[in-house]
Unconditional design. Sequence first.
Length: 168
Amino acid sequence: MAVEILPVQVEAILAIRSRVLRPDRTPEQCRLIEDDEAATCHWAARTGGAVVGCVTILPQRVPPRLPGNPPPINPIVDSLWAGRSGWRVRGMAVLPDQQSLGIGALLIEAAVAEVRRRAADLVWCYGRLTADRFYRRAGFVPSGPSFDTPPTGLHHLYLMALGSGEGA
């Protein structure tokens, strides 16, 4: 079945976020603080008219410290990415029965194309370690130590350099 990747309003993807990323929350509780900001972009993957995946991007610099208590300093970010114009990937999700079919890759491609269009040089996210292979295959590089964000588990900071910042 053909997959369509299209820009959507956040309301179209809240159910996917809830089902895949936060089953302990209602769809409305999966709304992010940044979801309604003017620069935030949302995409849905649809097959047969049904939403099966989603991704959100927003302009946000990479923080110099990782989540945690106390938050560890991330020397790679401090030395290479200080002051860079970054876009953050959030809410990346594909329904379990649709995973490993290339849908997530299409969503990331749409997000990265938008970041390039906006002339930024870095895409980043906090990705679950269970999705490490996905992020690496998409072109992200893990940075720094893993960290725990209960109840969603262990995460890594993943970076993808664009343009002149490549090779980090």
